[in-house]
Write a protein that binds this ligand. Structure first.
Ligand code: NAP
Ligand code: HSE
Length: 422
């Protein structure tokens, strides 16, 4: 018999308890032992919750209990769960977590502290999709050339509704929160940080790279508006929040940002709360992973899979997949200004002669070639929206051009820029 405690019995924790109860016999058969949830830890005992496991508000009742074999951390946050997991590991307890924010900062610390004690974190990236296992085990023969994916269900849900139903940003964010998709602080979702946390975890398995969120380019979806959605529709694109890792000879670029993706691409067809990830390996070619990226049951499915694997096999491979250092671990992060893309920029301008000429001159001065330009009337009569797509250039070229265009008298607002991923 294996005893499990769940620290954090919220959206995901409750679903973990439910799955272990409902599929008990099947899970025991797969794991080879009976798995019992003996305790759940919460902050507020008075909250009404539909769970039958014994609850406590004292974490030490779990950490100091030698009969508990596996601690499942589902409380969220960074510092507090780090302390809790460290203590559980030093007590020899195996750990399962869905906490990508914690792993974005402390995955290498935890790997070191854990040693041979198992840590499962399948649920930390893309909810119910077994992408960690795919990268760590299934693709271990390959150099990973790129990872490109939709890794935040909340943003994908919101962008899909904004595109299909014209619903406003605030209304749809509230809905995503009610459905249990969003983080406790939803700015993690809409600001791109949650997707960045996930990308960093995958980049460690793929490349052994030890980067933190502060080291990489992260932009969210807060500035996307109906003009962008209309432009995307008119030119056959969808707007998606993408998390991208791309390897070149000596460097890796890691970035998270909204992107215009041609509707013919698979990734453009991934809608709602679904996540989708493309991984290209040098021998296998392109592989695709699709499934629910958020929500209690989907996430708990991955948490329980980790529990089953720990009971069945123990620590079958190092937490982040590398048994010893490899040259990929000295790959440099490509500085953001050196990254290349095509760009879409939205400019609100005074509708006067010469404005377009001034803008195109600045773009030409920075050797930026225009692919498409459109003018749309703005809400106020004497203003216009200029929507422009460029050919490929470096990030530093477009950023410099944008700052010069923003300095023109005719500019009414800050420029909004979206990268185009073909
Ligand atoms: P949640 O619904 O907010 O639940 C958090 C639970 O942790 C609550 O039961 C809360 O207690 C408890 N808790 C928080 N701080 C605590 C503390 N200091 N001591 C004891 N208990 C504490 O969060 P969730 O959505 O289940 O997410 C849990 C984790 O899974 C997070 O790391 C999240 O990033 C990750 N995750 C979530 C999803 C998802 O779709 N929701 C998907 C993938 C990963 P009270 O109930 O008393 O407040
Ligand atoms: N808030 C996250 C999302 C939960 O929306 O994808 C899953 O990690």
């Amino acid at each position: 018999m294996v005893n499990v405690a769940i620290i954090g019995v919220g959206t995901v924790g409750k679903s973990v308890a439910d799955i272990l109860e409902k599929n008990k016999k099947l899970i025991s058969a797969r794991a080879g032992k009976e798995i019992n949830v003996v305790k759940g830890v919460v902050r507020d005992r008075r909250k009404k919750r539909d769970v039958s496991i014994p609850l406590t508000i004292d974490i030490n009742e779990v950490l100091e209990d030698d009969s508990i074999d596996i601690v499942v951390e589902l409380m969220g946050g960074v510092d507090e769960p780090f302390k809790v997991i460290k203590k559980a590991l030093t007590k020899g307890k195996a750990v399962v977590t869905a906490n990508k924010a914690l792993l974005a900062y402390h995955r290498y610390d935890l790997q070191e502290i854990a040693g041979d004690i198992p840590i499962g974190y399948e649920a930390s990236v893309a909810g119910g999709i077994p992408i960690i296992n795919a990268l760590k085990v299934g693709l271990s023969a390959n150099q990973i050339l790129s990872i490109k994916g939709i890794m935040n269900g909340t943003c994908n849900y919101m962008l899909t509704k904004m595109r299909d139903e014209g619903v406003s940003f605030d209304v749809i964010l509230k809905e995503a929160q009610e459905l249990g998709y969003a983080e406790a602080d939803p700015t993690f979702d809409v600001g791109g940080f949650d997707a960045a946390h996930k990308l960093l975890i995958l980049a460690s398995i793929a490349y052994g790279i030890d980067a933190k969120p502060e080291d990489i380019l992260i932009e969210g979806i807060e500035d996307i508006n109906e003009y962008d959605m209309d432009f995307a529709k008119e030119f056959g694109y969808s707007i998606k929040l993408l998390a991208i890792a791309k390897k070149s000879d000596h460097s890796v670029e890691l970035r998270v940002h909204p992107a215009l993706v041609k509707n013919s691409q698979m990734i453009a067809k991934i809608d709602g709360v679904m996540n989708g990830i493309s991984v290209i390996g040098d021998f296998v070619g392109e592989t695709l992973y699709y499934g629910p990226g958020a929500g209690g049951d989907a996430t708990a499915s991955a948490v329980v899979a980790d529990i089953v694997e720990i009971v069945r096999a123990g620590q079958s491979s190092p937490m982040l997949g590398f048994k010893k250092p490899h040259e990929s671990q000295i790959l440099k992060l490509l500085p953001a200004e050196e990254m290349e893309s095509e760009y879409y920029i939205r400019m609100k301008v005074g509708d006067k002669s010469g404005v377009l000429a001034d803008i195109t001159k600045i773009l030409a001065n920075h050797d930026i070639s225009i692919e498409t330009i459109l003018q749309r009337p703005a809400e106020d009569n004497d203003k216009a929206m200029l929507l422009c797509a460029t050919h490929t250039c470096k990030e530093k070229q477009i950023k410099q051009a944008i700052s010069e265009i923003e300095a023109l008298d005719a500019l009414e607002d800050k420029i909004s820029m979206i990268r185009i991923e073909d």
